[in-house]
Ligand binder design. Structure first.
Ligand SMILES: Nc1nc2c(ncn2[C@@H]2O[C@H](COP(=O)(O)OP(=O)(O)O)[C@@H](O)[C@H]2O)c(=O)[nH]1
Ligand SMILES: [Mg+2]
Length: 397
């Protein structure tokens, strides 16, 4: 791949470091967690903060499975981390290992007498008669996640409050990071607490702007890129960077989410277009849930500035509006995937000539971050000060 000429070097270092990590216990300890909050976009956002937190504490980060929710079943699906993303770039940046590899090491690294779980304060299910602790397996996906790797918290719960995952002041401040490590190590020394197993991700949602640059470490796996070739590029003869990509977030959950507009300055990922302190504007209903008229006029605008583009790719959680858009853009070839697959949609959107996303959605935010790395333009429904979109990818790794 042209983008990552260093990948073979990554691969070599990775083979050496990952086999070491698989066999040797990290004396500095581990962090493991359930990505139990939200769907893929939320899980990725929280992953970045978690990665930085593990790095601050100098503990190996155990990469959890992604949790996928199936419309037709109440059982969550567990997808290995490396099904979506390559491990090499992550492993060069920091010591990480797959949860399945960690579980092989667990008899040595995580004795039953030290299998604590960690939460901020009691997750109280007193009404159900449960004890006043983290109840880490109570509810779905909590229980199924840990059962899937056969973990029981035999040593009980530990509350970490008032400790935090981020320093109180600037995260770039080395002194503050060292202080944070000191506080955690004092309360939970690695010899006594070799594994910090969190009930939820120790990283913020939405992702902090200072962690956004970590997206550069998420490189799609070959499985995903080959599937996209098969189900889109080769199938329809469309070329990368030669189509407009649209994200239409319009399912029922989104309608309910957008009802909060007017009550709050920020919603989910809205800082990606409004700025963390609304320095770029205010949240509006059109930004969260654009009308059909707005979609047509904004798309027309983008097409006017996109010479030679004749293809449009639409991703949606619900209504792709294919017929409606076809009627309004008769000269365009309009595509969507035959069968629903969020990761393939993300991959395709990230390679559009121009992308129009939903500013509130963390799913769109994923695409924007990946595009920012390549300096590809993104705009958002209902936001007028872009296409110059704020380039969040301002830090070097
Ligand atoms: N296939 C597909 N699924 C989507 C799309 N937009 C949203 N979804 C689904 O809805 C979920 C939305 O949750 P999340 O990823 O947390 O993003 P957010 O709720 O938009 O911030 C995604 O993970 C997908 O499962 C889309 O364009 N295509
Ligand atoms: Mg969500």
């Amino acid at each position: 791949m042209v983008r990552y000429p260093m990948l073979h070097v990554f691969a070599l270092i990775f083979i050496i470091s990952s086999s070491e990590a698989k066999n040797n216990v990290d004396k500095n300890g581990y962090i493991i967690y359930c990505p139990c909050m939200g769907r893929f976009g939320n899980q990725v956002d929280q992953f970045f903060g978690t990665l930085n937190f593990a790095k601050t504490l100098n503990r190996t980060l155990v990469l959890p499975t992604w949790i996928k929710y199936d419309l037709f079943s109440d059982k969550p699906i567990f997808v290995p981390f490396d099904h979506y993303f390559m491990l090499e770039p992550l492993n060069v940046f920091y010591k990480v290992m797959l949860i399945k590899d960690f579980m092989h090491l667990a008899p040595k690294a995580w004795p039953l007498s030290k299998r604590y779980t960690f939460c901020h304060s009691s997750r109280n299910f007193e009404s159900k008669g449960y004890p006043n602790d983290c109840n880490p397996k109570e509810g779905s996906p909590f229980g199924p996640f840990w059962d899937n790797v056969d973990v029981n918290f035999t040593a009980g719960s530990r509350f970490y409050s008032p400790l935090q995952f981020y320093p109180a002041t600037s995260e770039d401040n080395l002194f503050e990071l060292k202080k944070l490590k000191f506080l955690w190590d004092t309360k939970f020394p690695p010899p006594d607490y070799p594994v910090l197993a969190f009930v939820g991700a120790p990283g913020s949602f939405p992702v902090k702007i200072s962690d956004v640059h970590l997206h550069g470490l998420l490189i799609w796996s070959q499985q995903i890129s080959q599937m996209v070739d098969k189900h889109f590029f080769d199938l329809y003869g469309v070329r990368r960077y030669e189509y407009i990509g649209l994200h239409l977030r319009n399912g029922l959950d989104w309608k309910l989410t957008c009802q909060h507009v007017g009550q709050t300055d920020q919603l989910f990922s809205s800082s990606q277009c409004l700025g963390e302190n609304n320095e770029f504007g205010q949240l509006t209903a059109q930004i969260c849930f654009p009308t059909q008229e707005l979609i047509v006029s904004q798309l027309r605008n983008v097409l006017q500035n996109s010479p030679n583009i004749t293809n449009i790719f639409i991703a949606s959680d619900k209504n792709h509006m294919i017929l409606f858009l076809q009627a309004n853009f008769k000269d365009m070839n309009i595509y969507k995937l035959e069968s629903e697959d969020p990761q393939l949609d993300l991959y395709i959107l990230a390679r559009a000539y121009h992308f129009i996303g939903n500013c509130v959605s963390s799913f769109s935010a994923f695409v924007k971050r990946e595009r920012d790395i390549e300096n590809l333009p993104t705009s958002f429904w209902g936001v007028h000060h872009l296409t110059r979109a704020i380039n969040l990818f301002h830090q070097e790794l």
